[in-house]
Every structure is written in C-alpha cells, then in structure tokens.
Design a protein around this ligand. Structure first.
Ligand code: FMN
Length: 221
C-alpha cells in the first residue's frame, strides 16, 4: 500500500470485528512508527497497548460508568475550545450528524448520549486499544509531536490491513484507564486509539473535508 492509499483509506472506524491482531504486527508497526519526527527528538509520547483480559476489564469498568450516566473524570485538557465558532462549529456539526446516524443512533433519541458513551467505552468492539500519554511537563509543541506520532501509527496499521479510531472520549474515564495500564504519576492521557480489523457488515462512513482553499494558502506560487 502506498502512502496516498494509506492516507485516503484511513478513517475513524466505529465497528470492529473480534478477529485478533497478531502481537508481531503491533511490534512491527510501533517499531517503525518510532521514526516519527519530534521537535528536538524528545519523542515525548508514552504508549500503553492494552489487549486481552486487561482490555476486557477496562471496557467493563468504562461501560458501567457510561451506563450509570457518569459525567467522567475532571478533564486535564478541554476537548474543544469553550467557544467553537464558524467555520469549526459548522464542520463539527456536519461530522457529528453523520457519525452516529451511521451506527443507527438518531439525533432525537433521549438515550443518545449514553449510547454514544457506551459504544466508545467498548472501543467499538476493537480487540486492541493504544493509549498515548505525555509527561505533564510537556507543552503544545510536544502534544503536536504526539499527534504526528499517532498518525504515523495509524497509517502503518493501514499498511497491515488494520483500521483505527482515535478516541478522546477515553479521557472522560482517564482514572479507570490509568488504573488498568498502570500509568505513572504525572503522565497525562492524550487519547486512546482503537485498533482492529473492520467489521465489514457495517457500511463505511467517509466524512467530507473542507475545500483546500479554506485551509491552504500558497504564497509565491
Ligand atoms: C484526537 C482525536 C480524538 C477523537 N476522538 C473521537 C472519539 O472520542 N470518538 C469518536 O467516535 N471519534 C473520535 N475521533 C474521530 C473523529 O471524529 C474523526 O477523525 C473525524 O470526524 C474525521 O473523520 P475520519 O477520521 O473518519 O476521516 C477523534 C479523532 C481525533 C484525531
């Protein structure tokens, strides 16, 4: 698979099959992803890969919290700015409308928030979840490094025939995640990434992107 194909075929998959992901594949991908760039070569990411019994337990605890209507742990960073304005708000709304309708959760369903939280806390059925932490001393530059690293991981997983869903939602249950993975004091959870083979029974969802002129300016061309 070439890089264009990996980029084009990566999407947030929200229905995984229970087919196991070979451990060697994860090692190969994470070994290769270590080549991702980072300012000053700090490599600030700290990654925990959870599968098997610990993942079953994590999903069980997080799903119980979701069904109990638990609002989640105090956030260490805001998921979005407090005031999300145009064009970001419009893009957010368009993607949100598509996202869960594709999984049969309608906008006017009173159980919608709980159903969404429960799907997320089951990692959409994925057999592997990677959690990316950073030391709390790190700043915006290192968080950007971690984003580049995670995209590298997701593209390499595409090359292995696997799919992913990055999930900030895990930060809602960050204390439960930290207990399971054994995160060290002072490590902050950026997000989880669910990993697995796609459930091909569920129709794929392709989200739109803004026209290039909205986000890119060529200067001097
Ligand atoms: C850091 C990050 C966190 C995300 N968190 C969630 C999440 O908690 N739940 C979810 O269903 N999707 C989540 N997504 C997926 C986005 O909704 C998705 O990437 C976006 O709508 C574009 O769709 P696409 O990735 O399928 O092209 C997240 C994506 C990123 C990059």
């Amino acid at each position: 698979m070439d890089v264009y194909e990996a980029v084009d075929s990566r999407r947030a998959v929200r229905a995984f099959s229970d087919k196991a992901v070979p451990h060697e594949t994860l090692e190969r991908v994470l070994g290769a992803a270590a080549r991702a760039p980072s300012s000053g070569n700090l490599q600030p990411w700290r990654v925990y890969v959870v599968t098997g019994e610990p993942l079953v337990e994590l999903k069980r605890r997080a799903t119980a919290r979701a069904f109990a209507g638990d609002p989640g742990d105090e956030r260490e960073y805001p998921m979005y700015p407090a005031e999300l304005t145009s064009p970001y708000l419009d893009r957010f709304g368009a993607a949100a409308a598509q996202r869960y309708a594709a999984l049969g959760i309608e906008r006017d369903d009173p159980e919608r928030p709980k159903k969404i939280a429960a799907l997320n806390s089951d990692a959409f059925g994925a057999p592997v979840v990677l959690f990316c932490y950073l030391d709390q001393a790190m700043g915006p530059g290192q968080w950007a490094d971690a984003g580049m690293y995670l995209q590298t991981v997701m593209l390499l997983l595409r090359a292995e025939g696997l799919h992913t869903c990055p999930q900030v939602m895990w930060t809602m249950y960050r204390k439960t995640v930290s207990q399971i993975v054994g995160a060290e004091e002072g490590e902050q959870l950026l997000c989880g990434v669910s990993i697995g083979f796609e459930d091909e029974e569920v129709p794929p969802l392709r989200t739109e992107r803004a026209a290039m002129a909205e986000t890119v300016t060529f200067v001097g061309a």
